[in-house]
Design a protein around this ligand. Structure first.
Ligand SMILES: [Fe+2]
Ligand SMILES: [Fe+2]
Length: 319
């Protein structure tokens, strides 16, 4: 169970300066380039006049402790108060990550808790409620909420599978970190989707998504995502994951959890779905394998498993 930090800066200039200078130097080169990135990010976020606040349902769920029987009732009540969140939690509970073939889909939160467990339902509900504030109900060919949502949940659950298989000392809340890792895309999709289409046009065989973002926006989705995580006062392990999920070796506070999210994102983007159409993926940060005691062969085997499993299809199909 995580607790929001108290020492969070709320101003973008502080966010951009706080603890991430090393990353900026590594990603953006010299200091003048870092300043340009900060200025560009600032220019964009200043245009956001109404940023959604952390939903009440997420705040309440975060206040529920894990292992008390009474908490099950409370969790059900909190989620049921929000029918849209409740429906999404059930759809994730019925996705291929949890549902064994031929098994009847769960239709109530109570049965979801029985089938997939209290912690899973709780973590899904936190992730879903935070992502849902960006749901604009629209679908687009190339850049849309539902695709980013599906990718985010997929990464959360590949991270959970990976965590289960390597038996490392990582908390189950890794699911939430996975679900929120691309928070930046949510902000960009909601507020700057027109501008982001220019990024997608620029992206191609020779130009990665991250390079195209830097060229068009002057910053990456990781930067604006970390800005939001700070604004929302999310725990530091989440804002760090958001910022470093493409290159965990650059983080000052390296963690196995961050390495797991990097691998899960890498595998999900290559084998199931990326956050945008035709995403060419990104290079593997090999240090994440070292951190988890995994070899290249282990990763290949994992990709093969996922490729031949039901994960290769839309994980949210309920039929
Ligand atoms: Fe990403
Ligand atoms: Fe991702």
């Amino acid at each position: 169970m995580y607790v929001p930090r108290r020492d969070t800066p709320s101003d973008v200039s502080i966010v951009c300066n706080r603890g991430v200078r090393r990353l900026r130097v590594a990603l953006y080169g010299d200091c003048s380039k870092i300043l340009l990135m900060v200025e560009s990010l600032k220019k964009y976020v200043e245009q956001i006049t109404e940023l959604p606040t952390v939903p009440v349902v997420a705040q309440e769920i975060l206040g529920i402790v894990d292992d008390k029987l009474a908490s099950v009732d409370r969790l059900e009540k909190v989620i049921q108060n929000d029918p849209a969140i409740c429906a999404k939690v059930l759809s994730v509970a019925n996705s291929v990550f949890f549902r064994i073939k031929e098994q009847e889909p769960v239709r109530t939160l109570g049965s979801a808790i029985v089938r997939i467990g209290f912690n899973n339902v709780k973590n899904i509900a936190v992730g879903v409620s935070l992502l849902s504030v960006f749901d604009d109900g629209k679908r687009a060919e190339d850049f849309d909420y539902q695709r980013i949502f599906n990718h985010s949940v997929t990464v959360g659950f590949i991270a959970k599978l990976l965590y289960g298989s390597i038996k490392q000392n990582i908390t189950e809340e890794i699911v939430v970190n996975g679900m929120l890792h691309d928070l930046g895309f949510m902000v960009l999709n909601r507020y700057f989707s027109g501008e982001y289409r220019k990024v997608l046009k620029k992206m191609g065989k020779e130009v990665s998504l991250l390079e195209a973002e830097k060229a068009v926006l002057g910053f990456n989705h990781t930067d604006i995502g970390a800005w939001l995580a700070e604004k929302w006062n999310l725990p530091r392990n989440i804002s760090d994951t958001v910022l470093y999920h493409h290159s965990p070796s650059l983080s000052k506070r390296k963690s196995k959890g961050m390495a797991v999210i990097h691998l899960a994102d890498y595998v999900a983007t290559r084998n199931i779905m990326g956050p945008v159409r035709n995403d060419p993926g990104y290079p593997l940060d090999h240090s994440s394998l070292d951190m988890l005691g995994m070899s290249e062969d282990d990763l290949e085997n994992m990709e093969a498993e996922i490729g031949k499993g039901s994960f290769s299809d839309d994980p949210f199909k309920t039929g």
